[in-house]
Design a protein around this ligand. Structure first.
Ligand code: NOJ
Length: 556
């Protein structure tokens, strides 16, 4: 977009709930722990639903709680139709779902179809079966290269570090075939060209749809089909490991994935109540991302280009403009997201002073650590801007408290497979996964009542505890509540956005009579004596918008 082009943009029309919803991501192991074992659980979520209702979200998305050995925090499933005892039981799930629905909150669950756990019964059968057997055909087994098959079938690199292939020992004790795993070696990839795999997942979708879920967040939706022949591929040195930056990666964004989504779309359409699919797809461009949400495919897909945009006004204006264009061109709502369980929390990320590639995390020895006050100001301003945009927004648990990334987790507590597979070279994602603080003065800050916590909570988090923020009119929590209430009142999830010119350091637009300006520069921006503020991302006197601040206001 030209710097101050005056254009009007709309969210794609349609009344389905997912076009405009604010969806709150719950990372179950870190949300609320009713059992007191230090890992959050489903009864914990149920006990906190009133807090989410008072926050004002429309839906929750739960990261995986299915049966799993937890090698990748539940993204390694052994039984797709049951709840891991760590998190409770199916009955606990049903209770949580009903209680959420009673409060008008929809529920989306995570589906992990690209890979299973290596403890899944199918994979265990595959290990015992012979090369070429139907059991092996559910996964991607290949003979190795080299004289004795001692070299992996190709050179693909795992997202978590190391290679994508693991060699197995055959039933007779000899070194055997290799299997593919884009992620950890405990997460073997399914072969989605196999009809048996497709049929199994239709059944899994129905299992959760029958229980009443409102939709699925689809893990690694861009990785399920691999290029024919599994050709070698060497990523660029600065490539983002999830595939965000590069074209023609043989294991990301292959055209064959669209058949799967069209098939699933039909399954969901058999059910009442506007069930939705949201794809987790890290793709090189917005145009390509929009292909995931063409009519008859997914309903939504995460807008990772938006999440990855640095704190730069021109870049932010461009990505918002291009998102509305790209998604609008296929009749889909744009989504917006700033944080999740895989990236540095945005209240820290937006103030990093050195590049930190996605998934590397930030820890005691990292360079470019953010200034916490600047990060929080930018984080609050970024959210103030995001929640004024037409479309659907995702917020990640804890961002409503302004939580920073936990940057000082001692090595011995780290659990992300990235940390282990790179022998500590990349910290990984534990810093955004630390259990939430609920009460400033309670054990584990009220995460449970025993004080146990699977990752240590920084002592400084007392000030971010929900009860401390409830009583502070200027807290991040009360900012989020005001934003969500005004957004609902003004129906900002749908309708038109008109760009405005407030200078090169600003992102500015209006939605009806509501004006929105964010200042990404270093000098205040005078808004004019006649403004009447609706929301300020942080309190300021007068009418000059300070740096790292955003505001919603009207004019007479
Ligand atoms: C994306 C998930 O968000 C991430 O947490 C997980 O490690 C990978 N997919 C593998 O399932």
């Amino acid at each position: 977009m030209a710097q101050h082009e005056q254009v009007e943009q709309s969210a794609a029309p349609g009344s389905e709930w997912w076009r405009t919803a604010v969806i709150y991501q719950i990372y179950p192991r870190s949300f609320a722990d009713a059992s007191g074992d230090g890992i959050g659980d489903l009864p914990g979520i149920t006990s906190r639903l009133d807090d989410l209702r008072s926050l004002g979200v429309d839906a929750i998305w739960l990261s995986p709680f299915m049966t799993s050995p937890q090698k990748d925090a539940g993204y390694d499933v052994t039984d797709y139709r049951d709840v891991d005892p760590l998190f409770g039981t199916l009955a606990d799930f049903d209770t949580m779902l009903n209680e959420a629905h009673t409060r008008g909150i929809r529920v989306i669950v995570d589906l992990v179809p690209n890979h299973s756990s290596d403890q899944h019964v199918w994979f265990q059968q595959a290990l015992k079966a012979a090369p070429g057997s139907p059991e092996r055909a559910r996964y991607i087994f290949r003979d190795g290269r080299g004289e004795n098959g001692e070299l992996p079938p190709n050179n693909w690199e795992s997202v978590f570090g190391g290679g994508q292939w693991e060699r197995v020992t055959e039933a007779d004790g000899t070194p055997g075939q290799w299997y593919l795993h884009i992620f950890d070696a405990t997460q073997p990839d399914f072969d989605w060209t196999n009809e048996e795999v497709r049929e199994e997942f239709r059944g899994i979708l129905r299992f959760w749809l029958d229980r009443g879920v409102d939709g699925f967040r689809v893990d690694v939706a861009h990785g399920m089909i691999k290029a024919d022949g599994l050709p070698d591929y060497t990523p660029a040195a600065d490539a983002d490991s999830m595939g965000g930056g590069e074209e023609n990666v043989p294991y990301w964004g292959q055209d064959g994935v669209h058949d799967i989504y069209r098939d699933w779309h039909k399954v969901l359409a058999e059910y009442d109540g506007e069930r939705a699919l949201c794809g987790e797809a890290w793709l090189p461009t917005l145009e390509k991302t929009a292909l995931w949400v063409r009519p008859g495919e997914m309903h939504q897909t995460f807008n990772f280009p938006y999440l990855m945009t640095p704190w730069d006004a021109a870049a932010l204006r461009a990505v918002i403009h291009d998102s509305l264009d790209a998604f609008g061109s296929v009749g889909a709502p744009s989504t917006w997201v700033l944080s999740n369980h895989d990236v540095i929390r945005h209240a820290s990320r937006l103030a990093l002073t050195a590049d930190s590639p996605q998934g590397d995390g930030i820890g005691p020895k990292s360079k470019g650590k953010p200034d916490q006050a600047i990060g929080l100001s930018r984080g609050r301003a970024a959210t103030t801007l995001m929640l004024a945009l037409p479309g659907s927004s995702y917020i990640y648990q804890g961002e409503e408290l302004g939580l920073p990334e936990a940057m000082d987790i001692p090595d011995e507590f780290r659990q992300d497979p990235t940390w282990f597979r790179t022998e500590g070279e990349r910290y990984g994602r534990d810093g955004c996964r630390v259990p939430l603080p609920w009460n400033a003065d309670a054990p584990a800050f009220g995460f449970n009542d025993t004080g146990a916590s699977w990752l240590p909570q920084p002592a400084s988090w007392a000030e971010f505890a929900r009860d401390a923020e409830e009583g502070d009119a200027d807290s991040t929590l009360n900012l989020y509540k005001s934003l969500l209430a005004e957004r609902r009142e003004r129906a900002l999830g749908s309708g038109t956005l008109v760009w405005e010119d407030a200078g090169s350091d600003a992102v500015a637009f209006h939605r009806g009579d509501l004006h929105v300006v964010a200042n990404l520069g270093t000098e205040p921006i005078e808004l004019g004596a006649d403004v009447s503020f609706v929301i300020q991302s942080q309190p300021f006197p007068g009418t000059a918008l300070p740096p790292n601040t955003a505001a919603w206001f009207t004019r007479p």
